[in-house]
Write a protein that binds this ligand. Structure first.
Ligand SMILES: NC(=O)c1ccc[n+]([C@@H]2O[C@H](COP(=O)([O-])OP(=O)(O)OC[C@H]3O[C@@H](n4cnc5c(N)ncnc54)[C@H](O)[C@@H]3O)[C@@H](O)[C@H]2O)c1
Length: 298
């Protein structure tokens, strides 16, 4: 079995000072990638900063015989995002892989959530992923190659109490991933998203203690590495991953119910047909979805 290697590839991993990002960085470096270890080094809610976590991971990579540089820039500002990509260009001459992983939490039930708590979470997850990808995109396009892995969450895909801000952000990343998949296709750029579960500082107070050994970050990083590899041509997809299980999560549309002129009562009376799931469609573009709707009208 040939090993999947990343020799000659340059990867940016955001939020790589702790948890999942740290594990992704170590995995890619171990397989030959040159890595930009980015981390602002703040607390879980995004306050504060420290150069320590990113430096520690870069040192560990070097100790293991790999190559890494440190970036302590903030993904959520255009200047920070540009500097992260520039760090890759300055140190290694290019960028091939972007893993948007940096994230924070500001959990509150919806009625108590402040505008700031909403904005800050979207700023790091959505704006940060947009900004870093945007800064890397011209380089990827020019070389006709790129791999982008965004970090969604089951909380966004399926909803979770107390996480209106985080769920909105994480579902937003699905839209970003799908459109990047479409717009990057001709330039050899593939974009996918993961929705992980792992034992990290973000989840250690939420998950049962016995999860620590099974839900290791390493059991997420193998999928990230595969999606970041040149042999993976899949794009625009989302995968849930954790504790050794990997599954495609897809957006599907049911067969639908149609009656050109309908009343409010008709909708009530046909609610079961409207809610039906089978047979479902999984359009990969808006055009495919609209085409299916149009065909149903003919
Ligand atoms: N752990 C899980 O089960 C789980 C589940 C679903 C999604 N996620 C997502 O996975 C990603 C990694 O989370 P984790 O569990 O490893 O948590 P973590 O807190 O250990 O790691 C997140 C890292 O991002 C860094 N970061 C935060 N804001 C930043 C910014 N503005 N710029 C640069 N770096 C910044 C933090 O310093 C931290 O090191 C996050 O996007 C998170 O939402 C995690």
């Amino acid at each position: 079995m040939t090993e999947l290697r990343f020799d000659g590839r340059v990867a940016i991993i955001t939020g790589a000072g702790h948890g999942l990002g740290r594990s992704h960085a170590l995995t890619l470096a171990e397989r030959g990638a040159k890595v930009v270890v980015n981390d602002l080094g703040g607390t879980l809610d995004g306050t504060g900063s420290s150069a320590g976590p990113a430096a520690e991971v870069a040192e560990l990579i070097a100790k293991n015989g790999g190559e890494a540089v440190v970036s302590t820039h903030d993904v959520a500002t255009p200047e920070g995002a540009a500097a992260i990509v520039q760090t890759a260009i300055d140190a290694f001459g290019k960028v091939d892989i972007v893993v948007n992983n940096a994230g924070i939490l500001r959990d509150k039930s919806f009625g108590k959530m402040s505008v700031e708590e909403f904005d800050q979470v979207l700023a790091v997850h959505v704006r940060g992923s947009f900004l870093v990808t945007r800064a890397a995109f011209p380089h990827l396009k020019e070389q006709g190659y790129g791999r982008i892995v965004n970090t969604s969450s089951p909380a966004g895909l399926f909803g979770n109490f107390g996480q209106a801000n985080y769920s909105t952000a994480k579902m937003g990343l699905v839209g970003l991933t799908k459109t990047l998949g479409i717009e990057g296709a001709r330039a050899g750029i593939r974009a996918n998203a993961i929705a992980p579960i792992a034992w990290t500082r973000m989840t250690e107070s939420l998950l049962p203690a016995e999860f620590e050994e099974r839900f290791t970050p390493g059991r997420v990083s193998a999928l990230v590495a595969y999606l970041a590899h040149e042999s993976c041509e899949t794009s625009g997809e989302v995968f849930s991953v954790g504790a050794g299980r990997i599954a495609r999560v897809f957006v599907a549309e049911g067969p639908g119910w149609r009656q050109e002129d309908h009343t409010v009562e008709d909708i009530r009376d046909n609610w079961q047909a409207i809610m039906a799931e089978q047979p479902y469609l999984t359009p990969t573009t808006l055009g495919e979805q609209a085409g299916a709707s149009l065909r149903a009208m003919l």
